[in-house]
Design a protein. Structure first.
Length: 158
């Protein structure tokens, strides 16, 4: 039962930025500002973003759970892992607010760069605690590289 509670907690925590971001993310024709932006031809349809983020949040939850359940890791290493996870959660949620809420695309780009750096550090710390946890974060890092490209395109073309 303890493991199930830990797993569910990790999942809920990992989805917090997505829950926060849904208040700012455009849905269909509801966001005239976003729809008016010049976007890359590689920009996926909105449904793709929803599916991708759901998968990525699940993977982050799995990674966090693997760290939580590891009883052999040093307490200081786990504290570092949790701190980095928390910072990446804040940066992830902050990006949605800065980009979609405030329409500050250049600051959102800088936020995304910070998010990538923190998440790469997090992946490395996770890997030291549990190899699988570190590896599960890699698709998230790859998605952020793609998101950086999309955000940079918007900054440069608008």
């Amino acid at each position: 039962m303890k493991r199930l509670i830990q797993f569910c907690t990790a999942m809920i925590i990992s989805f917090l930025p997505g829950i926060f971001g849904v208040f700012f993310t455009p849905h269909g024709d509801s966001n005239l500002w976003y729809n008016a932006l010049v976007k890359s031809d590689l920009t996926p349809a909105g449904i793709v973003f929803g599916i991708a983020w759901t998968i990525l949040y699940i993977m982050l939850g799995v990674a966090l759970y693997l760290v939580i359940k590891n009883v052999r890791a040093k307490a200081s290493e786990k504290i570092r892992a949790y701190a980095l996870f928390g910072v990446q959660l804040l940066l992830n949620a902050g990006w949605s607010y800065i980009f979609f809420g405030l329409h500050m695309t250049a600051i959102a780009l800088v936020t995304l760069l910070a998010l990538f750096i923190v998440s790469a550090c997090m992946s490395r710390v996770f890997y030291r605690i549990d190899h699988g946890a570190g590896l599960v974060v890699i698709p998230y890092l790859l998605w952020m590289i793609f998101a950086f490209y999309l955000n940079a395109y918007i900054v440069l073309m608008n």
